[in-house]
Design a protein around this ligand. Structure first.
Ligand code: XBP
Ligand code: MG
Length: 254
């Protein structure tokens, strides 16, 4: 089965959105609702083990604020807080606050030129994806046939739901796809859906266990900004950046 589609994660993969994006937006939302909660860079790194903002806030309350006076409708309270956070995040993105990661635009363009199909499989909200693609990716929303995001599936990563959702929508079989991810949860999710993963780790995920990934690099690289390969299923012969030819060789070697 040849490589037909690339399935992209968003946060940490398309762009490094967590430390200076989502984390700032959560703290702004907490302040707006009168809470003194402060998700520091290191605490946020721990909280990222829980995917999904609403789930992450509940986890924080349970693990770090057990004495928090819970409103009767805690679920609704968290959902409202998360909506405020999403407003702050999309505003931050639209101010141009988040740049694409190295090589992502290049690979997207190359894949489109070669007729590969593209999709998004993410835990974040559709509003966040739309803001990021329209601002940081020059309006590339229509490059992606399906944008699988957030609550469109019952279980978030590491569950396979979002990858299965996207492949079902596109009538793709898992062995004709490659996923691009940044985290252990993302790797587990794609593998559980039968999709091989290329990992571009970041400061928050560099110590995750990526031993089951097809390729692990610090970023996709550019001709003048070489990537560092820390694991590869194939001999990559000193490749300086990840291009479609390399992905096709990786896919062929599965
Ligand atoms: C990463 C996540 C998201 C973001 C925050 O998503 O787990 O929860 O951290 O976004 P992915 P929300 O790596 O799958 O793109 O607050 O919208 O959840
Ligand atoms: Mg991610």
């Amino acid at each position: 089965m040849s490589l037909e589609a690339l399935l992209f994660d968003v946060d940490g993969t398309l762009a490094d959105t967590e430390r200076d994006g989502h984390r700032i937006a959560y703290n702004a939302a907490f302040a707006e609702v009168g809470l003194d909660w402060d998700w520091t860079v290191s605490l946020y790194g721990e909280l990222l083990a829980i995917t999904g903002g609403k789930e992450r806030i509940l986890h924080f309350i349970e693990m770090y604020r057990p004495d928090f006076q819970r409103p009767k409708d805690l679920k609704g309270y968290i959902a409202d807080m998360h909506d405020i956070k999403t407003r702050h995040f999309t505003q931050l993105v639209r101010r141009g606050g988040i740049a694409p990661r190295p090589g992502v635009k290049r690979l997207l363009f190359e894949a489109r030129q070669a007729g590969l199909r593209l999709a998004i499989a993410t835990t974040t909200t559709p509003e966040n994806v739309q803001a990021l693609l329209s601002t940081s990716f020059d309006g590339a929303e229509d490059w992606f046939e399906v944008i699988g995001a957030g609550d469109v599936v019952p279980s978030k990563k590491p569950a396979p739901d979002i990858y299965n959702y996207v492949m079902k929508k596109m009538a793709l079989s898992s062995d004709s796809c490659l996923a691009l991810e940044d985290s252990f949860n993302g790797l587990r999710s794609s593998l559980a859906a039968g999709v091989q993963s290329v990992i571009t780790y970041n400061a928050y995920t560099q110590d995750h266990d990526f031993s089951d990934a097809a390729l692990v690099v610090d970023h996709l690289g550019e001709p003048d900004t070489h990537c560092q390969v820390s694991h590869s299923r194939i001999a990559i012969n000193g490749a300086a950046y990840v291009d479609l030819a390399l992905l096709k060789r990786l896919h062929g070697a599965r």
